[in-house]
Design a protein around this ligand. Structure first.
Ligand code: BEZ
Ligand code: FE
Length: 303
């Protein structure tokens, strides 16, 4: 029987861990059980997943109880999920997987990232049915007393030429100052703090929103439990979500982060990028808003 120490020194299931019959040879048998009708990409993904999961189990010498605790965590995430809540995604978020996959997807899709607005994770609170609103209107329907209102405006342009992109959709969504998105909170009207805006002929969009505030990710499910077990805090830094879509261009999903927020360096879901930090400036002469933010977005042509 190979010792745990030996196994740790021999990752990838290679070499001397085969003598108990459950090393590289066993893993190969499982991988090779896939039939000829498996698509090449699924074969690639599943082969790697099986190899890494087997290596992980061998490396940590996973016990039956520990494996079952993991199975129950995944089951609980599924049972909690519905159209308003995606606990499986949240579990991936707290271990950095959505951020990593976003980075891989964004890098693979763009030859040069110079000047291109960086992407960030979608997160679990996007809705597919957000209403279209007029430029210059507000997404806040019952502005909380402790909120600061921001006039946010900017242009969407082609990253290579700077040409404005008319008729692009700029979708924004944010949590309220109580830390909740409208679908988590019966006190907020439906679609509060979210809206879709269309750019005009100059590529411009504008809206009133709230200065974002930090909020905790939901703690009442397996993701919150896992954060607690790992002795980690639950806060996301203050941010606003964007999804920008223009004909013939790569769609962008991103977030902007208030550079004054104390959680920037340790986002509970690892989504902050330096390029996405913004400064809210004082705004004079507008009774609707005390702050202003100009945020311009550059998109790359679809290949
Ligand atoms: C969010 O920003 O809405 C979010 C992202 C990941 C996990 C939880 C919330
Ligand atoms: Fe968010």
């Amino acid at each position: 029987m190979t010792s745990a120490t030996q196994l740790q020194q021999q990752p990838n299931g290679q070499g001397g861990d085969d003598d108990d019959g459950m090393g590289a040879e066993f893993t190969r048998t499982v991988v090779e059980a896939m039939g000829p009708a498996t698509s090449p990409r699924l074969r690639e993904v599943m082969s790697a997943l099986i190899r890494h999961v087997h290596d992980f189990a061998r490396e940590v010498q996973l016990t039956t109880d520990e494996w079952m605790a993991g199975v129950q965590l995944i089951n609980a995430a599924g049972q909690m999920s519905n159209e308003k809540r995606n606990e499986g995604q949240l579990l991936c978020d707290v271990i950095g997987l959505e951020s990593l996959v976003d980075h891989i997807t964004f890098s693979a899709a763009t030859k040069s990232t110079k000047g291109l607005t960086a992407s960030a994770i979608l997160g679990p609170f996007w809705r597919h049915d957000t209403p279209l609103r007029e430029n210059g209107s507000s997404i806040s329907f019952d502005t909380p007393a402790d909120a600061q209102v921001v006039f946010m405006h900017g242009r969407v342009a082609d990253v290579a030429t700077g040409a404005p992109l008319a008729d692009a959709t700029v979708e924004v969504w944010q949590a309220s100052t109580n830390g909740l998105y409208e679908q988590q909170d019966d006190e907020q009207v439906e679609h509060n703090l979210r809206g879709v805006f269309k750019t005009d002929a100059q590529g411009a969009y504008s809206l009133y929103c709230l200065r974002p505030t930090p909020y905790p990710v939901p703690q009442d499910g397996p993701a919150g439990k896992l954060l607690g077990l790992m002795d980690r805090h639950v806060f996301r830094p203050a941010h606003i979500h964007f999804m920008v879509v223009a004909d013939g261009y790569r769609s962008l999903v991103t977030q902007i982060f208030d550079e004054d927020c104390k959680y920037l360096a340790n986002d509970s879901v690892f989504a902050v990028k330096d390029d996405l930090r913004v400064r809210f400036e004082p705004r004079a002469g507008d009774e609707r808003a005390s702050l202003e933010l100009e945020y311009n977005i550059n998109l790359a042509k679809a290949e």
